[in-house]
Design a protein around this ligand. Structure first.
Ligand SMILES: Cc1ncc(COP(=O)(O)O)c(C=O)c1O
Length: 416
């Protein structure tokens, strides 16, 4: 039955209790039982983000230029800190958006409009991406009538740059590389993609949505992280989400452009209506002031030291997960993770159905993360996952035994 619009109002205490009850059956994500959707760096960063969000709860970044000058300054400074982190050259610019999908959408729009200015490029346009690129590229392409050509990855599940070069033609406007890709957590060979982009004068977008704000700190603590940012001359746009491993409240992402003229292509301007000039750098009009102020506060609260400290914790935790998983007889990694995303499978898929293992884990209260082609289990680890680590690994080992013993099979489907 459809819920009726309430005839009378209800006090906050009653509502608060009712809503808490509505979430009673949720996955216990605070203790690491959700392998995606949520992120945690440190308790203090969480509190600073939450408090600042509330302090700027009503401000609207759409009015940053005309009314909310403090918010506008914070937004500009968040962008500048990102440009600094990603080694952008003078003249590079950027803006905040509400998430990775929106940042990718705006980069694709800018590339499409650039493509239209290039006499040598012919419509209908296409984008060449590794098979592992995020679905958001197809979403953007769907809206803009573009084609995404997904190219199989190499044996390490990194972008196969030679095969991507072979898929290009006179309709190609953009190459995509991920840093890292969501399915396997590996950083594509952005250096080779950069060379290809330069040689063919094609736009290269680096999707650092999931890893952008943690990869530089993994580098700084001495982990072997390949170059992926504007230090590579072919990188034209880069997206990185603050609301993921930047540990800022949702919704907050950043999109950076090497050239100011490209951001102009990403903008939307319209004047032919009663309220006059309307210009935005994002799909959204109204934007939560809280998210922007919170990003500014969390970045200042943590500083490089704070992000490095979290990177050390994340790296140690991921290593412990990897060691625990690979110690389980019958399991093997599908790729060597660069950061904190792990993807593993049955070492011999004919002997063990990994989706049956996932189903057994589900039965024990662990939301399973799955990949298809290849079939595997997947987890994006943040500090929520430290408390549950030993339970996860021991449940995983016993689920593998249980499935093997029963020779169980599953018809689960991978769902994001
Ligand atoms: C590599 C990558 N790109 C883009 C996105 C999309 O981000 P959002 O969900 O914020 O739109 C994600 C989300 O996980 C991602 O992992």
């Amino acid at each position: 039955m459809r819920k009726a619009f309430p005839r009378t109002g209800t006090d906050w205490k009653t509502l608060e209790a009712e809503m808490a009850g509505m979430s009673d059956g949720d996955i216990d994500w605070r203790h690491g039982r959700a392998p995606l959707y949520v992120f945690h760096g440190s308790d203090s960063a969480h509190e600073v983000g939450k408090q600042t969000f509330m302090n700027f709860f009503s401000e609207n970044a759409l009015g940053g230029r005309r009314a909310f000058f403090g918010l506008k300054r914070m937004e500009d400074e968040v962008v500048e800190m990102g440009l600094d982190l990603f080694q952008a050259p003078d003249g590079a610019v950027g803006n905040l958006s509400t998430g990775g999908s929106e940042s990718i959408f705006m980069a694709v729009k800018a590339a499409r409009d650039w493509g239209r200015d290039q006499a040598r490029l012919k419509e209908p346009f296409n984008i060449i991406a590794p098979y592992t690129a995020h679905a958001a590229f197809n979403k953007a392409a769907d809206v803009m009538d573009l084609e995404v050509r997904r190219v199989d990855t190499n044996a390490q599940r990194h972008a196969d740059v030679g095969a991507m070069a072979g898929a290009m033609d006179e309709h190609t406007i953009m190459l995509v590389g991920s840093a890292p890709c969501f399915p396997h957590g590996v950083i594509d060979g952005i250096d080779a993609l950069s060379e290809l982009a330069m040689a063919r004068d094609i736009w290269l977008h680096v999707d650092a949505c999931v890893g952008g704000y943690v990869a530089p700190f993994f580098q700084r603590i001495g982990r072997d992280i390949p170059a992926f940012d504007f230090a590579l001359p072919g990188v034209r746009t880069l997206s990185a989400d603050l609301h993921k491993f930047g540990f800022c409240p949702k919704p907050a992402s950043t999109l950076f452009y090497r050239f100011e003229a490209d951001r102009e292509r990403g903008l939307f301007h319209f004047d032919a209506w009663p309220n006059g000039q309307f210009s935005t750098a994002t799909l959204s009009g109204t934007r939560a002031g809280g998210a922007i102020a919170a990003a500014w506060a969390v970045m200042h609260h943590l500083g490089q030291d704070g992000y490095m400290a979290i990177a050390r914790d994340l790296a140690a935790m991921t290593d412990a997960y990897v060691a625990g998983i690979t110690a389980i007889d019958g399991l093997a990694l599908l790729a060597q993770p660069h950061l904190t995303i792990i993807n593993f499978a049955a070492a011999k898929p004919d002997d063990l159905d990994i989706f049956a293992v996932a189903e057994a884990m589900d039965g024990r209260g662990w939301l399973p993360g799955l990949t298809q082609n290849p079939k595997g289990m997947h987890a994006m680890l943040s500090m929520f996952h430290e408390t549950g680590r030993e339970d996860y690994l021991s449940d995983l080992a016993s689920c593998v035994e249980q499935v093997r013993g029963a020779n169980a099979a599953s018809d689960l489907k991978a769902v994001y």
